[in-house]
Design a protein around this ligand. Structure first.
Ligand code: SAH
Ligand code: SF4
Ligand code: F3S
Length: 445
């Protein structure tokens, strides 16, 4: 009876947070697809609504609380709809979500294989929860249902969890211990998407430099894995994120130099330019170490895109610490940055040990100063690319002008250019003629 009612049900997933969540939603579609659930893009026709959530900053969670209210309102007219919260916020808040009486299902990032079982048992007065973290789960054998729009670029998760305990960060608590995925399954997945017409894969992990597969006396490091993927075809571009400054190795930088199809872009989150704060954040590198790594990248990979993450207003940050961050930004001249102000996360080392003592208006002002500086730096960096020619992978029509195409250069910069006859997935050699702080503008040569 139950079996037949599960058939042809529709599932709608909203994904928040990082690319890892995007990749996990693809795993969930795959697991539930086998149970007869069909993906829909219309929430109104869904039988099962899942929000795959993020806890990294308080405002990420506030958005979800707002969505939970909206889902609940929708249930007034459609009481049979199942509402589930999965991902990092599910892991962090556990039964607190069930206690609202507005959520039927809660599943943490390592519990997705149990979703079919949980769904079978669910009823309005029997909400179900599984937030067990695992030391082994990598979903290695699951073929994700791709949810990207253009069929050009695919994300492949190579590891899960994180073993660094940066004092501000909730991720180790929501995603558990670090574990690496079997390299054969990664290479097979990359080969499979390439066979389906994809031209780019991005290998994902919280700290890809510490990827390490051990089995029967054999080990595979991240540079080795990268090489295995790069060898699939010179027409398959390979990207990866995120690198940790304390772990990024010469071997990785040299492997990047050895293969044309490994994109010259490194996302290297710095978080702060002040040694005192880096120590307090437990990042385990210094400003000098970071600058030396950047110098090495620039020496071996001239023109390599370098992007970063930064936090303004971490506990006890002084004006001098903030100036250290600005001066580090100037010194490196980042191509792009993801910039945030500190948001205290309950349970983290920082929340337990250091008062969140930088007033909000000071955090906001410092963040705005970093943003203003980065806008200048991005423009400066883009100007240096005017006159150069890049191999661009076409993603589709440009958002602003559908007559033109857009796609990324190897250094990760977005390029816009007229390109009659070309389509998503084609490569184009584009000569850059002008730029804004966000985009390179060029012509095919
Ligand atoms: N593993 C990656 C980061 C993942 S979280 C790394 O180590 O770099 C993505 C970014 O969110 C972090 O780089 C950091 O800049 C930001 N972030 C994490 N916790 C935060 C917090 N409590 N408040 C503000 N920003 C935070
Ligand atoms: Fe968080 Fe640090 Fe792990 Fe990145 S490396 S996920 S910032 S604990
Ligand atoms: Fe990603 Fe947010 Fe979780 S950044 S790992 S979804 S807390």
């Amino acid at each position: 009876m139950r079996e037949t009612t599960l058939m042809n049900k529709k599932i709608y997933i909203e994904t928040y947070g990082c690319q890892m969540n995007v990749s996990d939603s693809e795993v969930i579609f795959s697991i539930l697809g086998k149970e007869g659930y069909e993906r829909t893009l219309e929430m109104e026709e869904a039988d099962l609504i899942l929000a795959n959530t993020c806890s990294v900053r308080d405002n990420a969670e506030q958005r979800i609380w707002g969505r939970i209210e909206q889902f609940h309102k929708m249930k007034e007219s459609r009481p049979d709809v199942i509402v589930g919260i999965v991902g990092c916020m599910a892991e962090r808040l556990k039964d607190k979500l069930i206690e609202t009486g507005k959520v039927d299902l809660v599943a943490g990032p390592d519990a997705y294989r149990s979703l079919p079982g949980l769904l079978r048992d669910i009823s309005p007065d029997n909400p179900r929860i599984n937030v067990m973290l695992s030391h082994e789960e990598t979903y290695a054998d699951i073929v994700p249902v791709r949810t990207d729009r253009n069929g050009v670029s695919a994300f492949i998760s190579i590891m899960r969890g994180c073993n660094n305990v940066c004092s501000y960060c909730v991720v180790p608590y929501t995603r558990g211990a670090e574990r690496s995925r079997d390299p054969e399954t990664i290479v097979n997945e990359a080969r499979d998407v390439f066979g389906k017409g994809y031209k780019e894969v991005t290998l994902l992990g919280q700290n890809v430099d510490s990827y390490l597969w051990k089995s029967e006396g054999r080990t595979v490091s991240f540079p080795e894995l990268l090489e295995m993927v790069a060898r699939i075809s010179p027409d398959l571009r390979v990207r990866f994120a995120t690198n940790h400054p304390k772990d990024i190795s010469d071997e990785l930088i040299e492997t990047m130099a050895a293969y044309d199809n490994i994109c010259n872009h490194i996302h290297l989150p710095v978080q702060s330019g002040s040694n005192r704060l880096l120590e307090k954040m437990r990042r385990r590198y210094t400003r000098e170490w970071y600058l030396e790594r950047v110098a090495k990248i620039r020496e071996v990979l001239p023109g390599c895109g370098i992007t970063t993450d930064v936090i303004a207003g971490f506990c006890s940050e002084t004006e001098e610490d903030h100036q250290d961050t600005l001066s580090l930004f100037r010194e490196v001249g980042f191509d792009y940055a993801y910039m945030f102000y500190y948001s205290e996360r309950p349970g983290t080392l920082a929340a337990r040990n250091y008062p969140d003592d930088v007033p909000l208006e000071v955090k906001t002002r410092r963040l705005n100063e970093i943003i203003a500086l980065q806008t200048e730096l991005s423009l400066e960096s883009n100007r240096k690319d005017v006159g150069k020619t890049f191999r661009v992978l076409v993603e589709g029509p440009s958002k602003k002008n559908p007559e033109e195409l857009c796609g990324r250069a190897g250094n990760d910069k977005m390029c816009v250019f007229p390109g009659k006859g070309l389509k998503a997935g084609d490569y184009a050699d584009v000569r850059i003629a002008s730029c804004t702080s966000a985009t390179l503008i060029g012509e095919i040569v």
